[in-house]
Design a protein around this ligand. Structure first.
Ligand SMILES: Cc1ncc(COP(=O)(O)O)c(C=O)c1O
Length: 492
């Protein structure tokens, strides 16, 4: 793990022209710089910091009761209350993976070294990265990380590329920085590389301003469409990023939830371990292809542990990592110590260890895959052959993009009088009155600033986003309402 103070001239400096004016103007927090210096001289008496004394922390130990992950389907056993449990302990004054003494004091913006080292092992396994070229900075989840990346790179007036339907929590944020979105068409396999290339080739800097230098993408189980980028598309998009000098913000909270990967090969598990055998089955990330340091990969624990943990990590070149840490040191500071302790204890060999962590993840994939299949089966049963709606089966994530076949509706108009939005609003209202809320596509539609890049997105808003995270009872009831309501709607 690199030290943020020694990054000058580190990999990534050649990408300095991507940094925003805000980033270039930001000074390191001078107190953090001295604090880092003092870490190298532990014999020094440090009377310079405003840390409360550790003897005054009103906590001496904590324990977390978690499922034991010794069998192959720990999620089922945990849900049924039949599984074994395990307790992770951390102490202030006795040996533990991280002592509460260091976890609860002020620390480096990038997070505790022990946690970053543990996550580095996760990265090495899943993305084959090394700390020489890619550094880890902890975040308060992906929302914090993504918005910090926007500030790292974006100047007012800049244009960023994005999937034409995307997660508004993340796409709203940079609008206040006067960053403009340039939507790229996508289909069930994610961004269409030819569309991205067309936008970049046709870009007229005199008329449209600086050519987009950032792509924000959700490559697995895209929110909201559920699409997952194929390997071939990922390779072509990375090549386009190289050709047009684009930085990729890879927001990947659903990476760990990939489906239809099948059982792991027993021989491979015995030979290489569970974690390595699972890793081979996953879609390769942009980070794993990143020879230039142009990927800022963002991972979250929200979907595989709990969203209230507010913990994630950014992996990027050391130069960008230094700038991100400077932003963190002068804003949110590092994530809370208790969450970091949990992660360190969980990933340590005395806790779940890497194999156990991946066993949990794989079992979670099996559970969500069952729920996805239940959703699709129930949907097909309720909708039948009426032809009014259909649903793609997602390979990852939590969402199903339900297509409403408005073209079958007697009141549907296309062309200049297209009434997709009006009909979808009516259907949303009907569903709501019948007791079901689905997210309309308009919530996610990116309305770009250049006519060339936004060919009539309102005509493609005949979708709803639905989640299959809930229980079978909820899905059965919700899809039942959907089936009845849509049939009435098409008869009206
Ligand atoms: C695409 C995407 N990015 C970011 C987030 C926020 O994740 P976190 O809880 O890690 O902040 C979400 C959450 O739903 C998401 O779907």
């Amino acid at each position: 793990m690199g030290d943020a103070t020694s990054f000058t001239g580190a990999p990534g400096t050649e990408l300095a022209h991507h940094l925003s004016c805000e980033t270039q103007a930001r000074l390191p927090n001078p107190m953090k710089s001295i604090w880092k210096l003092s870490l190298g001289r532990p014999e020094c008496i440090n009377m310079g910091n405003g840390d409360p004394h550790h003897t005054l922390y009103p906590v001496s130990e904590i324990s977390f009761k978690v499922p034991a992950v010794t069998n192959n389907d720990p999620v089922q056993a945990w849900r049924n209350g039949t599984g074994e449990t395990q307790v992770l302990h951390a102490y202030k004054d006795e040996p533990s993976v991280i002592s509460l003494r260091s976890a609860l004091r002020y620390g480096a913006g990038a997070g505790l070294l022990e946690v970053r080292q543990a996550l580095e092992k996760v990265n090495r396994l899943l993305h084959s990265t090394t700390s020489n070229t890619h550094t880890i900075t902890l975040s308060l989840g992906n929302a914090d990380a993504v918005t910090k990346c926007y500030r790292l790179l974006g100047n007012p007036g800049d244009s960023f590329l994005v999937e034409e339907f995307s997660f508004p929590g993340m796409t709203n944020a940079p609008l206040a920085q006067n960053i403009k979105w340039v939507p790229v068409k996508l289909d069930e396999k994610g961004i269409i590389p030819e569309e991205m290339e067309r936008i970049l080739t046709d870009w007229n800097e005199a008329a449209q301003g600086r050519r987009p230098h950032v792509l924000y993408t959700i490559p697995c189980g895209q929110n909201p469409t559920g699409s997952t980028l194929s390997l071939d598309r990922r390779q072509r998009i990375y090549e386009l990023a190289r050709k047009w000098d684009i930085i990729i913000i890879e927001d990947d909270p659903y990476f760990f939830l990939q489906y239809d990967i099948g059982a792991l090969d027993t021989e491979a598990v015995q030979r290489d371990g569970f974690a390595a055998s699972f890793a081979r089955k996953l879609a390769p990330s942009f980070l794993s292809m990143d020879v230039d340091g142009r990927v800022l990969r963002i991972d979250s624990l929200s979907k595989i542990l709990a969203p209230g943990m507010r913990l994630g990590w950014i992996t990027c070149n050391p130069f960008f990592a230094e700038k991100l840490e400077m932003l963190t040191d002068s804003s949110t500071q590092h994530p809370h110590g208790l969450g970091q302790v949990f992660v360190a204890e969980m990933l340590a060999e005395t806790g779940w260890g890497m194999d156990g962590f991946i066993r949990w993840v794989k079992s979670l994939c099996d559970e969500y895959q069952r729920r996805r299949d239940f959703f699709i089966d129930t949907f097909r049963r309720e909708i039948g052959d009426c032809g009014f709606a259909s649903a793609e089966v997602p390979e990852a994530g939590m969402f199903i993009w339900v297509r409403v076949h408005l073209e079958c509706h007697t009141r549907y108009q296309s062309g200049d009088d297209d009434n997709t939005i009006v009909l979808m609003q009516e259907l949303f209202q009907n569903l709501f009155e019948a007791g079901l809320v689905l997210m309309p596509a308009t919530t996610f539609a990116i309305v770009g600033s250049g006519a060339k890049s936004t060919p009539h997105i309102h005509t493609r808003c005949h979708f709803f986003r639905a989640t299959f995270c809930g229980t079978e009872e909820t899905m059965e009831a919700g899809i039942g309402i959907f089936g009845k309501t849509i049939k009435k709607f098409f008869a009206s």
